[in-house]
Design a binder for this molecule. Structure first.
Ligand SMILES: [Zn+2]
Ligand SMILES: [Zn+2]
Length: 308
């Protein structure tokens, strides 16, 4: 059933592989391939954290699951931040493509690096989507130190599903309006570079930030203990913790990460950075967004180090 599935190329995104396999297959259209391969999703989105299709494709490739996830999907971002039990629940229950929780991450289109596209075409005869370029919170190609290509700046055309453009654009001409499909030129602040690095480390499974570890550091920062949290006597400390984070990043940077960021009279409102499991070991609230965890982790790195 999966005969027409290609082998993964170095750093290739697992859903990107579906796109490339389609291009190299004899299927007439994407839908017939989807049916034959019994794929669950109708739209394969970039940066997917949970997918029923991961398991199917990895089994068909006869690959090691952990290694495939660390190099070819974004699943580890979730794995490194929630307990195995909770993870199991989400994986078995979720048919959603994206991991939905409060203040969800800004949905990014399929992205690529035009230098990688050129190199891959030279080395492998075909360009392909890289996993590292689809990680939420990552804006650059680390290999070439350039920002990723995201959309046409003339007409806003972007690639939202793998079916739409199964391979990155080689000639960089917008399929809709014909103008140059350019890189997203902007400079990342030192904070964004640090957060980007944390997101990458999480995706590779090299950085584990389970709830317990995060809550402990936040409690250290607030100068309170679990007992006091349970007594509900630390509302002001918790409030200040949020205010300090949003101040630290500012509204412009937060908007690059989260869809819900608004200016309110008391400051900035960013629901993704709230959630009792940020500071309470025993909280059974919805798991936090991995990008929110990365932002808080970097904030704590700066603050706790400065206190030394
Ligand atoms: Zn590159
Ligand atoms: Zn265009």
């Amino acid at each position: 059933m999966m005969e027409q599935l290609q082998k993964l190329l170095p750093g290739e995104d697992l859903f990107g592989l579906i796109g490339r396999s389609f291009v190299m297959s004899t299927f007439r259209n994407f839908n017939s391939m989807r049916k034959t391969m019994q794929l669950t999703h109708f739209r394969h989105l970039p940066g997917t954290l949970i997918s029923q299709d991961f398991k199917k494709i990895i089994a068909a490739l006869n690959m090691n699951s952990n290694q495939t996830h660390s190099e070819h999907t974004c699943f580890n971002m979730l794995k490194s931040s929630i307990s195995p039990q909770k993870l199991e629940e989400h994986v078995s229950l979720s048919k959603n493509i994206t991991f939905n929780c409060r203040g969800s991450v800004v949905s990014t289109p399929w992205r690529w690096c035009s230098d990688c596209v050129k190199e891959d075409t030279k080395n492998y005869g075909i360009p392909y989507y890289h996993r590292d370029h689809q990680i939420p919170g990552v804006f650059r190609c680390l290999k070439h130190q350039c920002t990723l290509v995201t959309q046409c700046y003339n007409c806003q055309y972007k690639v939202t599903s793998i079916e739409q453009k199964p391979l990155p654009l080689v000639d960089e001409v917008c399929p809709d309006c014909g103008s140059i499909f350019d890189r997203n030129y902007f400079l990342l602040s030192p904070k964004m570079i640090a957060v980007e690095n944390i997101c990458l480390e999480m995706a590779y499974g090299r950085l584990q930030i389970p709830q317990q570890k995060l809550a402990q550091r936040v409690q250290n920062y607030m100068g309170v203990c679990q007992h006091e949290i349970e007594m509900v006597g630390v509302k002001i400390a918790i409030r200040n913790f949020y205010l300090n984070i949003v101040d630290f990043y500012g509204i412009d940077e937060l908007k690059k990460y989260f869809s819900t960021v608004t200016k309110i009279s008391r400051g900035i409102h960013c629901p993704a950075l709230k959630g009792s499991n940020m500071y309470d070991f025993r909280s059974i609230g919805k798991p936090n967004n991995p990008v929110a965890i990365a932002l808080i982790w970097h904030f704590l790195d700066e603050m706790l180090d400065n206190q030394k």
